[in-house]
Design a protein around this ligand. Structure first.
Ligand SMILES: [Zn+2]
Length: 290
């Protein structure tokens, strides 16, 4: 029987995302603070369905709101690295990025007693150094790229990108990529954001978005005959609003009906590594295609 895994992931940005964008006046800060309310609701829902999820938490959130983060740990969820600040790696120097990785990992170690195995970049924009740094710092997986949908793959380093030349693929590393998509993330669908240069309209009808999200799993039941994993990404300050909590609950109920297997991301990675394809690690003769 096919094993179709679902990873529910929560990026607990709280106020860090607004600070990273320079939006530090009281109202945007309070918008992030609502994540504390949303987190409680999500924890209760996950407990009801006995689902272990993955929470990617910036160090800034952990040190600003330790109590709520301890509740996440106490509920047994996996804690992943999401930067110390919420500045995306693409906007940092290699040194700044490395320092943020170390500081964030130390904060997580203090919170839950062990270093994170997984990383997700703030705002999903890796730098040319990120994969190298994650391998060097002992991370097992990243979840910030979009090169597949239902299958993990080995993250590459050293792609050569030039406007007038064909792309040259770099070598695969031992870092597992757990792919994501903006279409399976709550933020662009729901958040209204006005800046001097653009408007993100958001505020979509939640039931329409639910249809997209549940249809993604429906297609997976056709495309994946043996083993696959589908990742949804949520933010407590976004999905935690009442009418959106209703669709999160409906989504979970539909997935349960269709025999989805809910796993924390580190466990899904472990299964992939244990499968025959996963054992062909890069660097050996029979390197996988990707
Ligand atoms: Zn985030």
């Amino acid at each position: 029987m096919a094993r179709r895994i679902v990873c529910l992931t929560f990026d607990f940005d709280a106020v860090s995302g607004w600070i990273a964008r320079g939006l530090t006046s009281p109202t945007p800060m309070s918008r992030g603070e609502f994540g504390l309310v949303g987190a409680r609701r999500i924890l209760a829902l996950l407990a009801e369905y006995d689902i272990r999820a993955t929470w990617f938490i910036p160090g800034h959130t952990i040190e600003s709101f330790p109590d709520r983060c301890e509740e996440v740990v106490a509920a047994g969820h996996e804690i992943g690295h999401h930067g110390w600040t919420h500045v995306p790696p693409a906007n940092m120097t290699r040194e700044e990025e490395a320092a943020g990785l170390v500081r964030g990992s130390e904060t997580i170690r203090k919170l839950c007693g062990s270093a994170p195995r997984g990383y997700r970049s703030p705002s999903w924009d890796l730098s040319p150094h990120t994969v190298d740094l994650l391998v060097g710092h002992g991370f097992r997986y990243d979840s910030s790229m979009m090169g597949d949908d239902y299958q993990p793959y080995w993250a590459r380093r050293g792609d050569v990108v030039a406007l007038h030349e064909p792309l040259v693929l770099g070598a695969p590393t031992t870092l597992v990529e757990m792919p994501i998509s903006w279409s399976l993330d709550d933020y662009p669908h729901f958040e209204f954001l006005r800046t001097p240069t653009h408007v993100l309209p958001g505020l979509m009808n939640a039931r329409g978005v639910l249809q997209n999200w549940s249809d993604e799993f429906l297609y997976m039941t056709r495309a994946v005959r043996d083993w696959g994993v589908l990742t949804y990404s949520f933010h407590p300050f976004v999905i935690g609003r009442g009418h959106r909590m209703l669709i999160l609950e409906k989504l979970i109920a539909r997935l349960v009906k269709r025999n989805a297997v809910f796993l924390a991301m580190e466990d899904a990675v472990g299964e992939w590594l244990a499968r025959s394809d996963g054992k062909k690690r890069p660097g050996k003769k029979a390197a996988p295609r990707r």
